[in-house]
Design a protein around this ligand. Structure first.
Ligand SMILES: Nc1ncnc2c1ncn2[C@@H]1O[C@H](COP(=O)(O)OP(=O)(O)OP(=O)(O)O)[C@@H](O)[C@H]1O
Length: 265
């Protein structure tokens, strides 16, 4: 469960370059709820996710995860409970470590143990099985450096890594945007499966209107740091991509859509 109350995140407050990225957001996601997040460039989507992960400290408001107030908690302290996958496949793992070492480190998130203890035989077997489930033939390459893998392979492993430490919350920040269409589809299917299997409370930022409607059970639109649309249930079920695009345009007051914030596919 995630609960965000009256959240404000301002970068460089009190300076000429002050930027109110999140400007009074209230949002509650029930345990296991999966919501997609859309919005213009600079709408505050990544900052909202960063605030939940602890990387963008709020000036005002409150964030709770699983009922516990984490607003002032350091990112490392909530690391075992919150997993995040970024657009850049290079961002979430260490290129110079092996697949196995990266997975072992992910499994230890939030715990205080060394890599050696993380790589005992049972753990290694389990990690290998989890990788084999992907069907990408990576289980025989557990010793290969992560840096040798394609972007799609890394994102698939990043999703597996996100589920290894028993996280409750999954934050996906355009995690398929840098992939070719075939691999993006694979990662989308994997996302669906892992979120359901692990009952993860999930926020997924996407610029794809199709993904925004196809994944999860709720779609939230941000604009200038605020939630301007929150749709679920029958209303969402009856919507198609054209309806969502029309709403997007309305929110932007007929502004030209000259950024990459809206993709139909
Ligand atoms: N670390 C930072 N320092 C200063 N300003 C920032 C920082 N991070 C984000 N911003 C600004 O805050 C605003 C919101 O940015 P954010 O990245 O959250 O938007 P977004 O909705 O994720 O956009 P995009 O779709 O382009 O990724 C933007 O104006 C951005 O320039």
């Amino acid at each position: 469960m995630i609960s965000v109350e009256a959240l404000h995140v301002t970068f460089n407050p009190g300076t000429p370059i002050e930027r109110r990225a999140v400007n009074g957001i209230d949002l509650t996601l029930a345990e296991g709820e999966f919501a997609t997040v859309i919005g213009s460039n600079g709408a505050g989507k990544s900052t909202l996710l960063a605030a939940i992960a602890g990387d963008a400290p709020p000036q005002q408001g409150r964030i709770k995860i699983g009922g516990r107030d984490v607003t002032r908690e350091a990112p490392a302290k909530r690391a075992g409970r919150v997993a995040r996958v970024f657009q850049d496949p290079l961002a979430g793992s260490c290129a110079d470590l092996s697949i196995e070492e990266n997975l072992a480190l992910a499994a230890m998130r939030g715990a205080r143990r060394g890599l050696r203890s993380a790589l005992h035989a049972d753990r290694r077997k389990h990690l290998r099985e989890r990788v084999a489930e992907l069907g990408l033939d990576l289980e025989d390459r557990m010793g290969d450096r992560m840096g040798l893998l394609s972007g799609g392979q890394r994102q698939a492993l990043a999703l597996v890594m996100a589920t290894l430490a028993g996280a409750e919350v999954l934050l996906l920040d355009e995690h398929t945007a840098a992939l070719d269409p075939g691999m993006a589809e694979f990662v989308v299917d994997l996302t669906r499966r892992l979120v359901a299997e692990h009952g993860l409370t999930t926020l997924m930022v996407t610029h794809s209107m199709r993904q925004a409607l196809d994944l999860g059970s709720r779609t939230i639109m941000l604009h200038e740091g605020r939630i301007v649309l929150d749709i679920a249930g029958e209303r969402r079920k009856n919507m198609d991509v054209d309806d969502l695009v029309a709403m997007f345009r309305r929110v932007r007051g007929g502004e030209e859509l000259d950024d990459d914030s809206l993709r139909i596919g």
